[in-house]
Design a protein around this ligand. Structure first.
Ligand SMILES: [Fe+2]
Ligand SMILES: [Fe+2]
Length: 482
């Protein structure tokens, strides 16, 4: 038995799940591997596949010293199957089976539900790589390019994580699903990815930073809920994925913070106090703050749709079954079964928006979304400190959860960013003041160009405060022409 902390790097597939002894699964994964590499080469980062990139690779699954940094060509990255260590005597933490020993095999009655959860999570991983594949060509620095590629290879590894579970525990069905995960394509008309936000374009670096701030945070919430799972291999898989996910949100949060910092500094230097003096700010070659706000509005709304319907029988069933818990389930102090509890849900009512008490079991998507909003707000507060530090009077705010939604209670209405319901005419008239307009996008696109000099940064973004793995400011994170 593997001890669960050391990783075997000898085979084709680095792992800590004893693949060397598990011939059936090893063969299935090795059969899947060439298709994955084909997918990576054709749908992964465009260009730069031969470049040497300063990447972190997991070398353990403990909480410290789990990664090492080195130059790697992306197609040679050691994608692997890594599970957090098994917890001795772990029990199912919630639902109808609460207190029973955690499952080491798939419970037959929940097989279809569990497979569906794995496929939906798995589908998001390659999708984001596809969405971001053109961004290398306009990286604002080698530091940022490296961060993009780090996120990309780790999303690739997250796909491996889900594919392992499918192939190990779901036999032929699992192998078919694993193959299909390489067939769907983000934004494809005939065969799109499964969730809306993962079919949107990520056309520029501001979108990338917003995506990693807002949408990777949805990833964090979903993984945190799955990390509570009574199906132990899923719990262990997600616990390790969360370690990697933290870096993705770091990239987004610090990326936007650096854009804010640069804009504010440029405004100060030019003697511009009014953030709405958009033309003068743009003339400085930096991104004006109202446009930044509009980008945040867009990515927040797209991400909220990922939580699904506020009232959901599927979510209730997955909780009852012990497959998907709540955020930080293990720190909550209720009965973990929600037999009598209620939860407040926001719904359109009588021309306005009202709260309504519903059975808590049916409102688990709403609850996870609320936890997400609170987590996001904490990040926004950190952005707003940058305004305070630079002395520019501005703050980023989150729009109302009803704003610009396509899924759930608010899909049928339009509101402004404060949640006031708008007629279709009002919506069309005011839309461009709340979401990025074609002009805004053109302006942002005009700023995007590759900055390939080590230590140099495009004019619209400030340098980071620290290098990756404490490297100096002029470190060459990507050797583009090796
Ligand atoms: Fe991921
Ligand atoms: Fe991620």
């Amino acid at each position: 038995m593997p001890d669960g902390t050391a990783i075997d790097y000898d085979g084709l597939i680095p792992n800590n799940v004893g693949l060397a002894q598990d011939l059936r699964v090893r063969k299935a994964l090795e059969t899947w591997h060439p298709g994955y590499i084909d997918w990576w080469k054709s749908m992964g980062p465009e260009g730069f596949q031969a470049s040497q990139v300063f990447l972190r690779t997991a070398v353990g699954v403990g909480s410290d010293n789990w990664a090492k940094f080195d130059f790697v060509r992306m197609p040679e990255y050691r994608w692997g199957v890594l599970l957090a260590p098994q917890i001795e005597g772990r029990t199912i933490p919630f639902g109808a089976h609460k207190g029973e020993p955690a499952w080491q095999e798939v419970p037959g009655e929940y097989r279809a539900m569990l497979r569906r959860l794995l496929v939906i999570q798995g589908d998001t991983e390659p999708a984001s790589v596809e969405q971001q594949r053109h961004l290398g060509a306009t990286a604002p620095s080698l530091y940022d390019m490296r961060n993009l590629f780090q996120v990309n290879v780790e999303e690739g590894r997250h796909l491996w994580a889900m594919v392992y579970l499918l192939q190990k525990y779901f036999g032929r069905d699992g192998r078919d699903e694993a193959a299909d995960l390489l067939k769907r394509r983000s934004g494809d008309v005939d065969s799109p990815r499964m969730l809306g936000a993962f079919n949107e374009r990520t056309p520029d670096w501001l979108s990338f930073f917003m995506f990693t701030f807002f949408t990777d945070r949805d990833g964090k919430m979903q993984l945190a809920a799955l990390a509570q799972s009574g199906f132990d291999p899923l719990s262990r898989t997600c616990r390790f994925m969360l370690t990697e996910e933290a870096h993705h949100m770091f990239v987004g949060e610090t990326g936007v913070a650096r854009v804010i910092q640069r804009t504010c500094e440029a405004m100060k230097a030019a003697g511009i106090d009014n953030p709405n003096d958009i033309e003068r700010v743009r003339a400085l070659g930096v991104i004006d703050l109202p446009t930044l706000q509009k980008k945040a509005n867009l990515h927040f709304a797209l991400t909220l749709d990922l939580f699904g319907n506020e009232i959901s029988t599927n979510a209730a069933n997955a909780f009852n079954a012990g497959l998907k818990g709540r955020y930080q389930e293990d720190r909550l102090t209720d009965d973990h079964q929600l037999l009598t509890a209620t939860y407040k849900v926001l719904r359109p009512r009588d021309g306005g928006i009202a709260t309504e008490d519903v059975p808590a079991l049916s409102a688990l998507n709403m609850r996870l979304r609320d936890d997400y909003v609170a987590d996001t707000q904490a990040g926004i507060n950190r952005w707003n400190r940058v305004f305070a530090q630079t002395g520019i009077d501005f703050a980023i705010t989150l729009p109302h959860v009803a704003f610009n939604r396509r899924i759930g209670e608010f899909a049928a209405i339009e509101t402004d960013t404060n949640g006031n319901i708008l007629t279709q005419e009002e919506w069309i008239r005011r839309k461009d003041s709340m979401l990025p307009s074609a002009d805004d996008n053109l302006f942002i696109a005009s700023l995007m160009h590759l900055e390939r000099q080590p230590g140099a940064y495009a004019n619209w973004i400030a340098p980071p405060r620290h290098g990756i793995d404490n490297r100096p400011g002029d470190f060459e994170y990507v050797k583009i022409d090796p």
